[in-house]
Design a protein around this ligand. Structure first.
Ligand code: GTP
Length: 237
């Protein structure tokens, strides 16, 4: 069984059908999926994107808002999602701490690596918010960085598709899901599992990237338990 893991959810996932904001039924669903891992004794860190509120790149597209400011807005969006997830997990009896890359100490703890690890060791879920604290880095890169820093065995990228395909499964019915992909192939073929910075960081630190469908109930647990019925693609060496 995997002992320590970092799970990355997109902000859009939280929006559900609405496409914006937070859908409380999705929030509850994710909280219960995570609880099933914690109950087994798995140490869980999570990162949630902010795209359900703001995307730095899109906010800056008109030229009215500078990219740096757009990214700061996006970082704050991840704080909103993190606090919501904290509440949902606590509601279901899971201990949680939120740690922010930007200092907002009235709201949550500031990210301190050693403290995060102590929380994990005590069985608390740690939600890492505000990205890396720097503009021009995505939350995928932030999640990869935190996964490496907390010595997670893998990063799980929870998406709306079952894994990585050789072509877009939404457009091609004969698209084949790839079970194992090398970092080089993911970068060369421009497979949009994560952005190149995140993949390169994972590659340099031999951190396996597992891509799975967050909507397949119980699948996260199967991945953690190395169950042969788990559905996912793996990017690694
Ligand atoms: P240990 O006692 O070390 O096991 O961990 P703990 O997190 O329970 O202890 P601590 O006294 O550090 O924190 C108690 C509560 O205050 C927790 O809910 C923390 O998340 C929260 N907390 C700690 N530091 C900060 C901070 O800088 N800002 C905010 N807003 N909350 C904090």
């Amino acid at each position: 069984m995997i002992k320590r893991v970092l799970v990355k959810f997109s902000g859009e996932a939280l929006a559900g059908e609405n496409g914006f904001g937070i859908d409380s039924s999705i929030l509850k669903y994710i909280a219960l999926e995570l609880k099933s891992l914690v109950t087994l004794g798995v140490q869980v860190g999570i990162v949630i994107g902010g795209g359900n509120f703001v995307r730095g790149v899109s906010a800056s597209e008109s030229g009215l808002i500078k990219r740096t400011s757009g990214d700061h807005m996006g970082m704050l969006a991840t704080v909103i999602n993190g606090i919501a997830m904290q509440e949902a997990l606590e509601y279901h009896g899971v201990d949680v701490r939120v740690q922010s890359a930007l200092e907002i100490k009235e709201v949550c703890e500031t990210y301190i690596n050693r403290r995060a690890i102590r929380h994990l060791e005590k069985g608390r879920v740690v939600i890492f918010v505000a990205g890396t604290g720097n503009p021009f880095f995505t939350t995928d890169t932030a999640a990869t960085l935190r996964a490496i820093e907390i010595e997670s065995e893998m990063i799980i990228k929870a998406t709306k598709v079952n894994g990585v395909y050789d072509k877009d499964p939404a457009k091609f019915s004969d698209a084949i899901m790839l079970k194992n992909i090398s970092y080089e192939q993911a970068l060369k073929d421009n497979i949009k599992v994560m952005d190149d910075t995140a993949i390169a960081l994972a590659k340099d630190n031999s951190l396996p990237i597992v891509v799975c469908n967050m909507l397949l109930e119980g699948n996260l647990l199967k991945i953690i338990q190395k169950d042969e019925n788990a559905v996912f693609s793996r990017v690694s060496n």
